[in-house]
Design a protein around this ligand. Structure first.
Ligand code: MG
Length: 453
């Protein structure tokens, strides 16, 4: 059967595959799945077509008898927290997260605030493709869309509950917030404000052209923001993606810190904040070895999952733990909610800096240093993937721990690598990290040679 959902919702180019007719039918399918009379909360990020697609999905929902509530512009984690705490049956977010500006998308949230699992996605896909929409008589369609204006306040208050307010306020931190010209610009400054920060906003006007940088926060796209952090001598910089579930940090020396580094530090802090939770962390197999190296020393167990935030969220829900995260800056703090939350990550980081009385640059310097290489090999039909994986295990398996949850990962004392099939393109992705910079190229070339042989 055909699929609608990718690894994180339904995505497409606005007014091409992601057009109003499509969104209308997806709305009907989602509404049929939740059922007549259910209460669904909607929100959108600042992308082009956000309002147009919202209205199409809302019409679809109303036609099958769903009660629709509109929360306007919000980060995805804001909508998710609103669904969970204000007692809605589910939520729909119009966003394409970190994708390029021409994309938009539809995300479906369950009553617990978490993206629905694959099983529910399949049910929605079946309804859509078989056109089994709930068919109602004239007088049972929904008659209005109601506004829901409480969410931003409820959400930011929810975040602040987990922070030592007095301690952070006293520090009077100077922070730079890069809102990616989208919805993170609305709520993260509210959190900073409540924490008595001197805040400088960068890219905080909502603009669907994303004039300053693409919505994905990376070392390259955050060069200008890092320069701002350095020049105003800020204590910390934080940058979001298009829907602000990710937070990428810039330390007080203006260095962009990748998500497995901040995720490791935040995991340690999360375990201090939630002492009754199982001392366990879930992260994707693509995360650096520094995660385990650092966290095992403070008594936290690291479990590796397949790549994908929804997988991490559902594993955490099932098995419990203090945190879950991805190397792209998505961090889950279950004491707050079981989804990635950029503003929560930001508040936790400030809480840690205030309590540990340490600068952000010093804090990040406590992490082990690895050198990273990323490359890829095109995947053609004549390549036998199992043979490639087995050969890698044969050659490198003796040198360390082998993890096969998603491709092949080998973790040794001085290096680690991961070879896995991409979920979105016909390529094999290769990630290598070494402690010795000189060994990096040599090892990467050796692995590529082995695969192409
Ligand atoms: Mg996102």
């Amino acid at each position: 059967m055909d699929r609608l959902f990718g690894t994180d919702g339904i995505r497409g180019i606005t007014n091409q595959e992601m057009n109003v007719l499509f969104a209308l039918k997806v709305g009907m399918a989602i509404g049929t799945y939740f059922g007549e009379g259910s209460r669904i909360l909607m929100a959108k990020d600042a992308r082009s077509g956000g309002e147009m697609l919202t209205r199409a999905v809302q019409s679809g929902l109303m036609s099958v008898g769903v009660k629709v509530f509109d929360a306007g512009y919000l980060p995805t984690p804001g909508l998710q927290y609103g669904v969970k705490t204000l007692g809605y049956d589910g939520g729909v977010m119009i966003t394409a997260s970190h994708n390029p500006p021409e994309y938009n998308g539809i995300k479906v949230i369950g009553s617990n605030g978490v993206e629905v699992d694959r099983e529910s996605e399949v049910r929605i896909e079946q309804i859509y493709f078989e056109a089994r929409f709930n068919s109602l008589p004239w007088n049972r369609v929904s008659q209005e869309v109601r506004r829901e204006d409480r969410v931003a306040e409820v959400y930011t208050k929810g975040i602040l509950q987990h922070v030592d307010l007095e301690r952070v306020r006293q520090r009077n931190f100077k922070v730079v917030i890069d809102g990616a010209n989208s919805v993170g610009s609305l709520t993260t400054p509210m959190v900073a404000n409540a924490l008595n920060c001197k805040t400088l906003g960068v890219n905080t006007n909502l603009d669907y052209n994303f004039p300053a940088r693409v919505p994905e926060p990376t070392v390259e796209t955050l060069k200008d923001t890092a320069e701002v952090v350095r020049s105003v001598k800020a204590d910390l910089g934080v940058a979001h993606d298009g829907d602000a579930d990710r937070a990428v940090f810039i330390d007080s020396e203006g260095r962009v810190q990748w998500g497995d580094r901040s995720g490791t530090l935040l995991s340690y802090w999360a375990s201090r904040k939630s002492p009754s939770f199982p001392k366990r962390v879930f992260t994707a197999v693509s995360s650096s070895s520094l995660v385990e190296e650092y966290l095992s020393k403070v008594g936290i167990n690291v479990n590796f999952t397949k790549v994908g935030s929804v997988i991490i969220a559902h594993t955490l829900l099932r098995e419990g733990g203090v945190a879950g995260f991805e190397e792209n800056g998505g961090f889950i703090f279950p004491a707050h909610q079981f989804v990635r939350d950029g503003a929560m990550s930001f508040a936790l980081m400030l809480d840690m800096l205030a309590t540990e009385r340490i600068s952000s640059a010093e804090l990040f310097n406590t992490l082990p240093r690895y050198y990273t290489a990323k490359t890829k090999v095109p995947l053609t039909n004549d390549i036998d993937l199992d043979r490639v994986y087995n050969r890698l295990i044969e050659v490198y398996g003796g040198k360390g721990k082998v993890i096969t949850v998603d491709g092949v990962k080998v973790v040794s004392r001085d290096f680690w690598f991961l070879v896995r099939k991409s979920g979105t393109e016909p390529i094999l992705r290769i990630m290598v990290e070494t402690k010795d910079q000189e060994k990096l190229n040599e090892l990467t070339q050796e692995i590529v040679r082995l695969i192409t042989q």
